[in-house]
Design a protein around this ligand. Structure first.
Ligand SMILES: [Zn+2]
Length: 377
């Protein structure tokens, strides 16, 4: 804007006399700003809390980063998790993690990733013994659901919000095996039962974006080098399982979109029912557009586009534009993740997916939508 006005103004006034070339004054040496802590990704909008919690470390790494562990805080809020970290810092303990993700997706770097923290023992998987030297810990704010061992355990588990494969796995056990699976220590002389449930949409989104950046930065295989804590140590059921299942489902989406495209093409070639084809095509286009929005999420360009649309918004009005449209697609996608994934799977294969069974009451946003029509017989 300023440049345009200047040009317009200069058009009206006589051109200034040409100036002698000036020698640029020697730049004063500016003190180098301190390097940001390792693992801080500014494009993710991450908070740097290393000043408060960075001491929760046991020194520099001697090995390159080769793994990520997903944890749950067993505390209900970000602030309660910080309180327990303050306790660790006061004790001089290194028991902690590198990242903390709130249920609203707010993400903090708590310990720089080039330092070790004590977050894993490898009691269950000996390959992970000594893994503190080479792994990153991600803590997710969340409390386990308590199960009453004196009542029907299946019925209680069926009523919880769980990702499909975990639900299938647990409800496929007989009552005694399920009860054993959910044993969670002893309190006041009484055996406790508990499990962690699914994580909310914003926390899914933050995990996906963070794990993407970390696996890319350290050359990790997301399928084999990102683990749930209970896979490597004896821990409460589901501490990381819903997160691992979600990350795996995210990786599965492109192949399901391709399968759906192929199915639609075949239905068209076979002269299939127009209504069903239209329904599947609408679903395909929605999921393709959402994948493009997901791919752009938190990139510097998308962050700039969102900011730019915000500055153009009318006073008191809300920002609008293509970037905000993509933002809405992202929010809706993660909030309804499992319903969307199951609908896509069903549309791609033309059959209900195994995970679609046992859909009991859910505490997240709603049950599986009816979805597009399957093949008409
Ligand atoms: Zn843990």
């Amino acid at each position: 804007m300023a440049g345009k006005e200047q040009r317009r103004a200069s058009a009206k006034t006589p051109a200034p006399a040409p100036q002698a070339p000036t020698v640029a004054p020697k730049a004063k040496p500016v003190p180098e700003p301190p390097a940001p802590p390792a693992g801080l990704f500014p494009n993710l909008g991450m908070n740097d809390e290393t000043a408060a919690f960075g001491k929760m470390n046991s020194g520099d790494r001697s090995k390159p980063i080769a793994g990520i562990v997903e944890h749950r805080t067993e505390s209900p809020t970000m602030e309660s998790a910080r309180n327990s970290y303050r306790g660790q810092v006061a004790k001089g303990s290194s028991v902690g993690a590198h990242y903390l993700i709130g249920t609203d997706g707010a993400t903090s770097l708590t310990v720089p990733t080039d330092k070790k923290t004590s977050h894993v023992r490898g009691n269950k998987d000996s390959d992970w013994k000594g893994a503190n030297a080479w792994s990153i810990g991600i803590e997710n704010v969340g409390m386990p659901a308590k199960i009453d061992g004196d009542k029907d355990v299946h019925k209680q588990v069926a009523g919880l919000s769980l990702p499909p494969a975990m639900r299938e796995r647990l409800l496929g056990m007989d009552e005694a095996a399920l009860k054993t699976q959910l044993e969670d220590g002893v309190e006041g002389g009484k055996r406790q039962y508990a499990l962690h449930t699914d994580i909310p949409g914003p926390q899914k989104r933050a995990n996906y974006n963070l794990v993407n950046q970390l696996t890319a930065a350290h050359g990790l295989d997301p399928a084999t080098q990102v683990k749930a804590h209970e896979q490597v140590d004896e821990k409460t059921t589901g501490e990381g399982e819903p997160i691992i299942e979600f990350l795996s489902a995210m990786r599965d989406i492109p192949s399901k979109i391709a399968a759906l495209e192929a199915r639609i093409a075949k239905m068209q070639a076979d002269g299939g029912p127009e209504g069903a084809i239209a329904g599947l095509t609408a679903l395909l286009h929605r999921e393709q557009a959402t994948q493009r929005a997901i791919a752009a999420d938190k990139t510097p360009a998308e962050n700039l586009a969102l900011e730019g649309e915000k500055t153009l918004a009318p006073e008191g009005g809300s920002a609008e534009g293509p970037a905000h449209e993509r933002e809405q697609q992202r929010v809706d996608f993660y909030d309804n993740f499992w319903a969307r994934k199951l609908a896509l799977d069903a549309a791609a294969t033309g059959t209900p997916t195994p995970g679609a069974r046992h859909q009991g009451p859910r505490t997240d946003r709603g049950a599986v939508p009816p979805g597009p029509a399957g093949p008409v017989h």
